[in-house]
Design a protein around this ligand. Structure first.
Ligand SMILES: [Zn+2]
Length: 185
């Protein structure tokens, strides 16, 4: 027999799992592989929580340390206002970036159009560890409003989730490029 208190705790635990799974859904296109968030000592715990839903720990570990630090600080401040903010994609290998581009060619019908959404490996800031994609949508919107306080700027007008360190903390973000293809010209 389960008493009311236990039942309530179970319901809360299930609700928490539901929220965690939902949070992994990203505007940048998640990889769909979920794993339970590990609890470790900070700052590892914070970094892992930040990348909840990522399939590869190295994705955060290979980011520019200054970028990772800025995103961690932003995520922490977002959470104090009740906004969940995760890195849905961080560092990517050249091979992974190439695969994403090939998938985009299938989806958009041409390399020219695909490059508006996925940069080729030679030009992707993800490959050099200088870019993060932020999710869920509420987190990306929070970043649009507050990112510059941490030096984080939306780089491309068509990607509300893609952020790079493009100014000094509290500085002014440069004008956005229309899309990722703009850098390849
Ligand atoms: Zn991106």
């Amino acid at each position: 027999m389960i008493d009311t208190g236990t039942r309530l705790l179970l319901a809360l635990a299930l609700a928490a799992v539901g929220v965690a799974v939902f949070a992994c859904d990203s505007p940048g296109g998640g990889n769909g592989i979920l794993r339970p968030a590990a609890r470790a000592t900070p700052p590892e715990a914070a970094a892992r929580e930040l990348g909840e839903g990522l399939h590869d720990d190295a994705a955060l570990g290979r980011l520019d340390p200054a970028l990772l630090e800025a995103v961690m600080a932003a995520a922490e401040d977002a959470r104090t206002t009740g906004v969940d903010l995760h890195v849905t994609s961080g560092w990517r290998s050249r091979a992974h970036q190439e695969l994403l581009l090939e998938e985009a060619v299938d989806r958009y019908g041409s390399l020219e159009e695909a490059r508006r959404w996925v940069a080729s490996p030679d030009f992707s800031a993800h490959v050099t560890g200088d870019a993060v994609d932020i999710g869920p949508t509420d987190g990306a919107v929070w970043m649009a409003d507050h990112g510059s306080a941490y030096g984080l700027c939306q780089a491309f007008a068509n990607e509300i989730w893609h952020y790079e360190l493009l100014t000094t903390p509290g500085g002014r973000c440069p004008e956005m490029l229309p899309d990722s293809r703009s850098r390849e010209r």
